[in-house]
Design a protein around this ligand. Structure first.
Ligand SMILES: NC(=O)c1ccc[n+]([C@@H]2O[C@H](COP(=O)([O-])OP(=O)(O)OC[C@H]3O[C@@H](n4cnc5c(N)ncnc54)[C@H](OP(=O)(O)O)[C@@H]3O)[C@@H](O)[C@H]2O)c1
Length: 311
């Protein structure tokens, strides 16, 4: 009896070791190997050389980094954001690479039908193969301190816009797959904040969890036609993450965009860069009381930087 129990324990130990080794190898493959491979030819072959990509929040930060990398791979672009001067500058820069670039200057916090029909109109006569919902806004402070107009703004920008742009563009992506035989792709930008309960930025976290729950099921609903990625980065040195510089877990938006593009078509959820995946893994093994304390104090510090910027 004793010997049997010992044998069973040994078997369980070996199985656990093998499972841990497989997890580590798979993690290294996803986060260390794939992002170092050349992505251009793979993406062009999979989605169609010279097809079009629509990016919201494209004039700055992560959206701009996606645009710059995809332009280098020969994709044509529709850039959507709020400030025409920034869009025009980027259009001129990317046009020099020999691709076509259209811009849509729209305030995406306006969730009326007019906003989305303007975007759809620009995309109607082209072969749209990829949609990247990148626009997003955040705020860091205790919930009662979030101004009520900011609360509505966050929900419009993160939740309504992502849901409606996805819904508006899906028929065009599906048309692309029928017309060309290539796959289409949908990449929705969430955040690691949506993966955990995050004191100090609870509303933003809830919005990003919404994006994840909207996005992942689509990977299965449209698995014959579309590659879908729910992308959950950690911190990037952009205007949104006020006061951050690239260091440790804070990476450049270019690093994040490149890693995400190496995962599209291969995974349904991803943290993108290995540093962000490592941060997520570490957070998930922390006891929740410690995690919540760290999250709240970092969020409140970021909130102070936001208030100083807005003052
Ligand atoms: N930065 C981070 O640490 C971080 C971490 C995790 C996830 N994310 C997510 O990554 C995505 C991109 O963030 P980011 O850091 O790159 O942001 P960012 O640098 O602040 O860029 C935001 C982009 O959205 C556009 N935009 C802002 N308000 C708009 C509006 N009302 N209507 C239309 N466009 C608007 C901006 O356009 P204009 O400037 O031209 O107005 C800009 O192109 C977001 O979904 C964010 O939640 C960011």
């Amino acid at each position: 009896m004793m010997l049997n129990a010992l044998f069973l324990l040994q078997v369980l130990g070996v199985i656990s070791l093998i499972a841990a080794a497989v997890t580590v190898v798979r993690w290294q493959w996803q986060y260390l190997w794939l992002p170092h491979q050349i992505q251009g030819p793979r993406l062009a072959k999979r989605y169609g050389r010279g097809s079009w990509v629509l990016i919201t929040g494209a004039s700055d930060g992560l959206g701009k980094a996606f645009a710059q990398e995809l332009a280098q791979y020969g994709f044509n672009l529709i850039l959507v954001s709020r400030t025409q001067a920034k869009l025009s500058r980027l259009q001129a820069e990317l046009g020099d690479l020999g691709i076509q670039v259209r811009t849509v200057c729209a305030d995406l916090s306006d969730t009326s039908e007019h906003t989305y029909s303007r975007i759809a109109d620009v995309a109607r006569d082209i072969d749209l193969s990829i949609v990247i919902n990148c626009v997003g806004v955040t705020i860091h402070r205790r919930y009662a301190e979030v101004p009520s107009d900011t609360l509505r703004h966050l929900i419009s920008m993160n939740v309504s816009t992502t849901a409606i742009v996805t819904h508006t563009m899906l028929p065009l992506l599906l048309h692309h797959t029928t017309a060309t035989g290539n796959r289409g792709a949908l990449l929705n930008v969430g955040s690691i904040v949506g993966r955990f309960y995050w004191p100090g930025t609870q509303l933003y976290g809830a919005c990003k969890a919404f994006i994840d729950h909207l996005t992942v099921p689509l990977a299965y609903e449209y698995r014959e036609q579309l590659d879908v990625l729910s992308f959950q980065p950690t911190v990037m040195a952009t205007a949104m993450a006020t006061g951050t510089e690239p260091a440790a877990i804070t990476i450049t938006p270019q690093m994040a965009a490149h890693a995400a593009l190496s995962h599209i078509g291969r995974y349904v959820t991803s943290h993108g860069h290995w540093r962000h995946a490592l941060a997520a893994a570490l957070f998930s093994v922390l006891p929740s009381s410690i995690r919540n304390r760290i999250f709240l104090s970092t969020a409140l510090k970021m909130g102070e930087a936001e208030r100083a910027k807005d003052a």
